[in-house]
Design a protein around this ligand. Structure first.
Ligand SMILES: [Zn+2]
Ligand SMILES: [Zn+2]
Length: 370
């Protein structure tokens, strides 16, 4: 009998304490270093909810962003395409309000945005940092972009090549927006698509590169990893505020992480490389060379291809890990410079970031092979 009383007591304790053990909403961080002067914010600037053609309630977008290690998510429902409007109230500001309320308790930032949606050309454009999204519901496409700009927004062209290169090429309408100063960026990546042509346009025209999920369905990602993560824009901002993010976007301080690639202007992805990779002095020297530890503190696998004479032809530095690398070098006590290209850090289409890995020599008074 005493045994049953004890069991009953244990069950009562568990039952009464249960509310204290509600499962926490956990987040797994995405590791990219801050760069000199700026925080590196992980942002998805293009997502949908049931308030346009998405399949999820807006608060879910905030929860997904938190869980996957993002800092910022823009809710950018279509202004002109509302397939659920029979069942969901037609209000262009509602999806932001619902997502932002959830986001406040999680500590993730939601940006109010909208997708100006027309046939291609001109295509689809996201306007960020909106005051009142309903003001964009006007007949003429150019008027919608003008109104977005009058409110001081950031406007980018979405998935330019989704209807093929012929419809998605740079046309008069894009030139008109660009000449008016109304087009500030373009998606070089959207979902699983990377557009080398767009990468080139951004470099030529000094437009901001962004890359986003354009997610419509629920995200199935539990933990973002090097090979399973949503495409995102890294924004280098002075603070985690809409104002600082807007300044960074207008200044072109971004890089795009999609699949195994980091895409961006050289100065920014070089700063990410410098903050991520550390080459330690050799820990073991032999007559034929030495062994070094190479540390990669980023969330990406880094693919190094040899450009000079020294070092292995290819080195893969696994994400968030330390690799042991053997370097054949007959002058094993001398400093060495290893010339490589980071094949998956793209400073232009098909062109990786050139880097020099410096290996320390043996300090005076010590011998190379002890
Ligand atoms: Zn679109
Ligand atoms: Zn979209």
């Amino acid at each position: 009998m005493a045994k049953y009383c004890r069991m009953l007591f244990v069950w009562l304790v568990v039952f009464c304490m249960a509310p204290l053990f509600v499962e926490a909403q956990v987040r797994h961080e995405i590791s990219f270093p801050d760069i000199p002067g700026y925080k590196t914010l992980k942002c998805d600037l293009h997502t949908h909810t049931v308030f346009s053609d998405g399949d999820v309630w807006p608060s879910v977008r905030a929860e997904e962003a938190w869980r996957e290690g993002l800092d910022v998510v823009a809710i950018s429902d279509h202004i002109e395409y509302q397939p659920h409007k029979e069942h969901v109230k037609h209000d262009h500001n509602a999806s932001y309000q619902i997502a932002a309320e959830k986001a406040r308790s999680l500590g993730v930032l939601v940006i109010k945005a909208a997708e100006i949606t027309r046939g291609t050309p001109p295509g689809h454009y996201n306007a960020l940092f909106l005051d009142d999204a309903s003001e964009l519901e006007v007949d003429a496409f150019v008027d919608a972009v003008r109104i977005a700009n009058e409110q001081g927004h950031f406007v980018f062209w979405n998935h330019p090549l989704w209807k093929g290169i012929e419809k998605g090429r740079w046309q008069d309408i894009q030139q008109q927006l660009y000449d008016s100063g109304w087009l500030h960026g373009i998606e070089v990546a959207n979902g699983s698509d990377y557009y080398p042509e767009v990468h080139e346009w951004c470099l030529e025209k000094n437009l901001t590169m962004v890359g986003n999920s354009d997610i419509h369905r629920p995200s199935m990602i539990e933990v973002s990893t090097a090979d399973n993560h949503r495409p995102m824009t890294l924004v280098f901002a002075s603070d985690v505020t809409p104002e600082a993010i807007r300044d960074a976007l207008h200044a072109g301080r971004t890089a795009v992480w999609m699949e195994e690639k980091l895409i961006g202007k050289k100065q920014y992805i070089e700063a990410i490389f410098d903050g991520s990779v550390e080459v330690r002095p050799p820990h073991f020297r032999q007559k034929a060379g030495f062994y070094v530890h190479m540390i990669n503190r980023s969330h990406m696998n880094i693919e190094l291809k040899r450009m000079g004479d020294v070092g292995p032809e290819e080195i893969i530095l696994e994400a968030n890990a330390t690799s042991v690398v053997q370097i054949k070098h007959p002058e094993n006590d001398r400093p060495a410079s290893l010339e490589y290209e980071v094949a998956n850090f793209l400073i232009a289409p098909g062109k990786g970031l050139p880097v020099t890995l410096a290996i320390a020599g043996v300090r005076a008074g010590r011998t190379a092979v002890d």
